[in-house]
Design a protein around this ligand. Structure first.
Ligand code: ADP
Ligand code: MP5
Length: 270
């Protein structure tokens, strides 16, 4: 039986991040993908030109439609926009007893546009993180959640512990923003131990959607029954290939290549 994965996120009209990145990743990793939209963004490789949240009722209804009938083996959240949407998601996660929740605490798009209202940070900490199996902040997001600056490996560890204290089982702080490093190193705290997942750093401007793609890959692997460690290992290989075979599309920060992980051979012969 094919496993199922659900993403609750915003639409990226440019196709590189958000719902579109998530569904492409689910497809490549061979899980059945479903989506609940929270907002529509007018977006391309140059940035975000508009943000249009959906009515709260639309978010709640989409969740009920999917969960009453189809159900899911794992789910992830991306852009949630405000505290009301966070509370709706938290309610539904409890109501339908969903255990495998991946929270990618999307706050700001790479060009600087806000995808989460500042008032919503509290709701994220108090209502959603306690229900989560894993959360995947980048460094600026980890700084906001943990309420501290991160300038060293020790700071990263301290921030991971502080975020775990909100009640989430696993905290994965991504190292994509450490631009001076020659590796891209992500730190996992599983409540007891630290592990790092490392790849070489790829020099490219085309990193639009890396965080969405990475957390979607973790979600797909968890849906198939992988352990958190194995799910992150596959996701790290998936995102590294997707960045290595990046797409030179548009005039700004292009997207990653969701096709690469499964079809490197074909791309190498291109
Ligand atoms: N230039 C890069 N080379 C290799 N891996 C990268 C690069 N940039 C980001 N990554 C990896 O992509 C994943 C997403 O991280 P990040 O870019 O920090 O997320 P976000 O998109 O949320 O800011 C992480 O595994 C990170 O290590
Ligand atoms: C609708 C939407 N959701 C999320 C992101 C973040 O993208 P990234 O993965 O590059 O942090 C985005 N740019 N747009």
């Amino acid at each position: 039986m094919m496993k199922k994965a659900l993403t609750i996120a915003g639409s990226d009209s440019g196709g590189g991040a958000g719902i579109q990145a998530d569904l492409k990743t689910f497809q490549e990793l061979e899980v059945y993908g479903m989506s609940v939209l929270t907002a529509v963004t007018a977006q391309n490789t140059l940035g975000v030109q508009g943000v249009y949240p959906l009515p709260y009722e639309a978010v709640a209804k989409q969740l009920d439609s999917v969960l009453v009938d189809i159900g899911t083996d794992a789910l992830k959240t991306g852009m949630l926009f405000d505290s009301e949407i966070i509370e709706i998601v938290a309610e539904k996660v409890k109501q339908y007893q969903l255990n495998t929740l991946v929270v990618d605490p999307v706050m700001i798009a790479k060009g600087g546009a806000s995808l989460l209202q500042t008032e919503a940070i509290l709701a994220l900490r108090k209502s959603l993180l306690p229900l989560s199996f894993v959360t995947t902040p980048n460094i600026p997001e980890a700084e906001v959640l943990a309420n501290m600056e991160i300038t060293s490996q020790e700071d990263k560890k301290e921030a991971a512990k502080r975020i775990a204290d909100f009640g989430v089982n696993n905290v994965l702080i991504k190292g994509g923003h450490e631009e001076n490093a020659d590796i891209a190193s992500d730190l996992l705290f599983d409540g007891e131990h630290f592990h790092t997942f490392t790849s070489k750093r790829i020099q490219t401007e085309n990193t639009h959607g890396t965080g969405c793609t990475f957390s979607a890959a973790i979600t797909a692997e968890l849906a198939k029954g992988a352990s958190i460690f194995d799910a992150i290992s596959v996701a790290k290989a998936f995102i590294t290939d997707a960045i290595t075979y990046d797409l030179h599309i548009g005039n700004g920060h292009g997207p990653t290549n969701h096709w690469a992980y499964k079809h490197k051979g074909v791309l190498d012969n291109d």
